[in-house]
Each structure stands twice: as structure tokens, then as C-alpha cells.
Design a protein around this ligand. Structure first.
Ligand code: XMP
Length: 493
């Protein structure tokens, strides 16, 4: 029986995997290769993506995701025509960490301390490179140099002058920079060219971040990577231009029904205007859908119609494909030409390995992060009756909602005062729920990775890719289709 026949009508909870001879010496995620492509050109060390939903991914979540080796997609759930807030979330991610700061903020020696403070505040940097009018390095000015001193002092009265600085001529790798910093006990290392013009700045703070997050997803300049959603209508082209200017590493055209003429128009327009920018498109759940997006030039395709935790599409329209069947259909059609992102329906960590074996290169998660510290939105205290003590206690909650829920649609359309019945008539396809607030998403991600490593061990492989290859070669060796009783035994606790 073909894999597709085996999984028809099935989703994650329909299967267990039969344990194989364990080969993995350690289940420590630091020692197991979990890398996977997010798009044809961007590889992640960890196969996890946070969903572009307005209660899931803004800068805070995208930073944790990238630091932990995955990537976040900043949602476009800001009002149409209002582009700046999304752009500023991308910019926040891009400026949290650097490798070599390619064009560090600079100031003239004749400027005042007051001006320097303003610039540091506006650019959110703690160090300014002081450059003479001819562009040569004149000194460095740090926050400490301008603390507790008069506004009117000149920068060159407070800076560390060029002759007292350790600098490096030409470009330099981060390990070598670290050696120099240790040897000279310095925290900043300017890089200059033969004419003493600044070509970069390396800071110890950035080096520490690189050491702390060895699996982080970084761009060529050592900054964290981030993707951003743009939609397929309205302001999407202008939005894309601004997001790319802010440094977005990939664009995601995210519409509920990606196999559509609306998508075709949008993809052609994005390709015409932005050339070969990394472009993710979705969502689809069929072979025809995935081929359609690949032919239009997608660099990765998001798969999932209706499995999402905040999603009511299947209830409302009866359209959709069970997620495992969707992944298998799409993987067969894509046949490795572009990576697939398995989007939605992961309600327990065990489903992640299934999503990755059935066809997802990476897995996109929304509700799995609901309520974590890094999700946007306020925490509200709600009274809850404790069953044992019959006492009311106030418990912190956060909102998680589908992007097609009435609340999310209302916020995007600026319809605050609209009649609820009219909003319902817009055809909401999403839920809004309160979930208990919890700790950082970092712990959630790290647990997922530990569980994924355990799954690789049970599967008799030494890396994610090895497990994928073993499964693809002989799915029958792994797959156990569950009876209702077996499902209850497995997943009901
Ligand atoms: P999970 O299960 O991880 O799924 O929460 C996240 C994915 O759900 C999709 N999504 C929606 N689908 N109506 C839908 O039909 C919605 O309102 C909605 N909001 C999110 C989306 O693909 C997301 O990545």
C-alpha cells in the first residue's frame, strides 16, 4: 500500500511509531543534528517556526525563536495601510544582536554630549563611533563617557581618542575578535580600512550573545533572522518593500486559500517587484495546490487547511484535508523541490516528529505557544473556582485567537464600533479563547527539542535527517494505525 493510501483521512492522533533499535549516544539537543531548510535558501538548526498570528509572533517571540534556532513570522494583523508597526517589530529583531556592526552610528568630535545622548537614545545604541570630517576614526564614545556630565561638553572631551584605542585593520572573524578582546581587555573593537575609515564595529555584548545561542538563526551580518507576513491584497506590495528595507529575511504570503487567483496575482507582483527575495506561500493542502505555488516561484510552501488550534474553517465550510494526509499529498507533489512548512494542528510535542516525517521540513506552531511570556497581548486576572477547595482564586490569562476570528478581523478592519451581527456576517473562521498565562516560550521550545531528540532515539536514528530517510525508505516499519481504544490509551490522560 502506498503511503498516501495508508494515511488517507488521517491526522496526527491516528498514528504511533514503532520503536527501533536505539543508536543515539545522547539525547542532548546540543549533540543531535536537527537542522532543516525553512526555504530553499535559509537553513535552520531547529525545525520550528512560530505562526504569523497576532497573539503569537511579534518581536519578542521572533527573537526567542531565532535565538533557539528556529524562526518567527511577524503577523500582518495590523490595520490595512498601517505598515509601520509591523516594520518596527522586524527592525527590533534585526537590531537585538549583531556579528560585525557594518555601519555603526557615528558622531562628529565637535558635537555635544547632549547630541550624543540623543543619538544613543534614538538609535538605541550604547556606543558611538566618533569620526572626523574626512571620515577617519577619531575615537569611541560610550554611554559611560556621557553619564553624569554636562550637556554642553564636546564629544572629543569625553571620547576615548583614536591613539588609545585598539583597532583592527581590515575585516575579522568573530573568534579572532574574541581573542583580541581578551588579550587587550577591551569591550569594543573598531575595524578600519587602510585610510583609517571605519568599516565595522564588534562588541563583546554581541560576542557573548553568539556564545549563549550557538544554534541561533543568523544572517550574514550575524543578526537574528526574521520573516514577515504580507497578505495578498491591499497594501501588501508597499508593506513588503518596507519590511525588506527593515531587514526581513523572508516574506510570507499567507492567505487561508493559497491555491487561488488572488495568490497568483500577488506572487507574480511580488516576484516582478522584488526579484528573488525568499518567498513563502500558503496555505494549501493538495498536490495541485503545492504545484501551483511552486510554479509561481515559492521558495517554501505552507501546508495546512483547517488543522489550526484557533481555526474553525472546517466547521464553517466543511473544506480542508486532515493534516497528515495533506502533508503526504503535498510532499509527494513537491518531491523535494522546495521545503514544506507543516502548519497547524500540533497540540502535543509528539506530533512534531510526525509532521516532520510525513513531509514538513519545518513545523509552524501557534497554539503551542499560547499564553507564553513572549506572546503579544495583555495578561488579565480572571477569577477561577478551584475544584478541591471551592475557593475563588485570580489566575492570569492571555488571549489566543485565530487570525480569522471576529476579534482579529475587527482589529484589522478598524471596526471597533461595528455591530457584532455584522461582524459575524463577515464569515469568521477562527476562535478566540483565554489561556492561562505561563512562562517563557524558550522553555517550551527547549522541551520540544528534547522530545524530538528522544523521538529520533526511539526511531533508531542519529539525526533528524537520518530518521526522515529511514522513514521514507520504509514507512510500514514505523507506522501503527490506531484503533479508538489505542488512541485513548495513547493520548488521553
Ligand atoms: P496551531 O494548531 O499551531 O495552528 O495553533 C496555527 C495555524 O493556524 C492557522 N490559523 C487559522 N486558520 N482560521 C483558520 O482557518 C483562523 O482564524 C486561523 N488563525 C490561524 C494558521 O495557518 C496558523 O499558522
Amino acid at each position: 500500500m502506498s503511503l498516501l493510501e495508508l494515511v488517507r483521512g488521517c491526522t496526527f492522533d491516528d498514528f504511533l511509531l514503532a520503536p527501533q533499535l536505539g543508536e543515539l549516544p545522547s539525547r542532548n539537543p546540543a549533540l543531535v543534528d536537527l537542522s532543516a531548510p525553512f526555504t530553499t535558501g535559509i537553513r535552520l538548526q531547529r525545525p520550528l517556526v512560530s505562526a504569523n498570528m497576532d497573539t503569537v509572533t511579534r518581536a519578542a517571540m521572533a527573537i526567542v525563536m531565532a535565538e533557539e534556532g528556529g524562526i518567527g513570522v511577524i503577523d500582518r494583523g495590523f490595520r490595512s495601510g498601517v505598515i509601520e508597526p509591523q516594520v518596527s517589530e522586524v527592525a527590533k529583531v534585526k537590531r537585538t544582536q549583531h556579528g560585525v556592526v557594518a555601519d555603526p552610528r557615528s558622531i562628529a568630535p565637535s558635537a555635544t554630549v547632549g547630541e550624543a545622548r540623543q543619538l544613543m537614545h534614538a538609535a538605541r545604541v550604547g556606543t558611538l563611533v566618533v569620526t572626523a570630517p574626512d571620515g577617519r576614526l577619531a575615537g569611541l564614545l560610550t554611554e559611560r563617557d556621557v553619564r553624569f556630565v554636562g550637556e554642553r561638553l564636546r564629544v572629543d572631551e569625553r571620547m576615548t581618542p583614536r591613539e588609545r584605542l585598539i583597532v583592527h585593520r581590515g575585516s575579522l572573524g568573530l573568534p579572532e575578535a574574541e581573542q583580541l578582546m581578551v588579550a587587550h581587555k577591551i569591550k569594543k573593537l573598531p575595524l578600519v580600512d587602510d585610510d583609517d575609515r571605519v568599516i565595522g564595529l564588534i562588541t563583546s555584548r554581541d560576542l557573548i550573545k553568539h556564545r549563549e545561542h550557538p544554534f541561533a538563526t543568523r544572517d550574514a551580518l550575524g543578526r537574528l533572522r526574521v520573516a514577515a507576513a504580507i497578505g495578498a491584497t491591499g497594501d501588501y506590495l508597499e508593506r513588503a518593500a518596507e519590511l525588506l528595507r527593515a531587514g526581513a529575511d523572508a516574506l510570507v504570503i499567507d492567505i487561508a486559500h493559497g491555491h487561488s487567483r488572488v495568490m497568483e496575482r500577488a506572487m507574480r507582483a511580488v516576484r516582478a517587484r522584488f526579484g528573488d527575495v525568499p518567498l513563502v506561500a500558503g496555505n494549501v493542502a493538495t498536490a495541485e495546490g503545492v504545484r501551483f505555488l511552486i510554479e509561481l516561484g515559492a521558495d517554501a510552501v505552507k501546508v495546512g487547511i483547517g488543522p489550526g488550534g484557533g481555526c474553525t474553517t472546517r466547521l464553517a465550510t466543511n473544506f480542508g484535508v486532515p493534516q497528515v494526509e495533506a502533508l503526504v499529498r503535498c510532499a509527494e507533489a513537491a518531491s523535494g523541490r522546495v521545503p514544506l512548512i507543516a502548519d497547524g494542528g500540533v497540540r502535543r510535542d509528539g506530533a512534531i516528529v510526525l509532521a516532520l516525517l510525513f513531509g514538513g521540513s519545518t513545523v509552524m506552531l501557534g497554539s503551542a505557544f499560547a499564553g507564553t511570556l513572549e506572546t503579544p497581548g495583555e495578561t488579565v486576572l480572571k477569577p477561577v473556582l478551584m475544584p478541591e477547595s471551592q475557593k475563588m482564586v485570580r489566575v492570569p490569562f492571555k488571549v489566543f485567537r485565530g487570525m480569522a476570528s471576529v476579534g482579529a478581523v475587527r482589529d484589522r478592519l478598524d471596526l471597533e464600533d461595528a455591530d457584532p451581527d455584522e461582524l459575524e456576517a463577515l464569515g469568521a473562521e477562527g476562535l478566540e479563547v483565554s489561556v492561562p498565562a505561563r512562562g517563557s516560550a524558550r522553555g517550551v521550545i527547549q522541551n520540544m527539542l528534547r522530545h524530538l531528540c528522544s523521538a529520533i532515539s526511539y526511531g533508531g536514528a542519529r539525526s533528524l535527517d537520518e530518521l526522515r530517510r529511514a522513514f521514507a525508505a520504509d514507512p510500514g516499519r514505523f507506522l501503527i494505525r490506531l484503533s479508538a481504544a489505542a488512541r485513548a490509551e495513547s493520548f488521553q490522560r
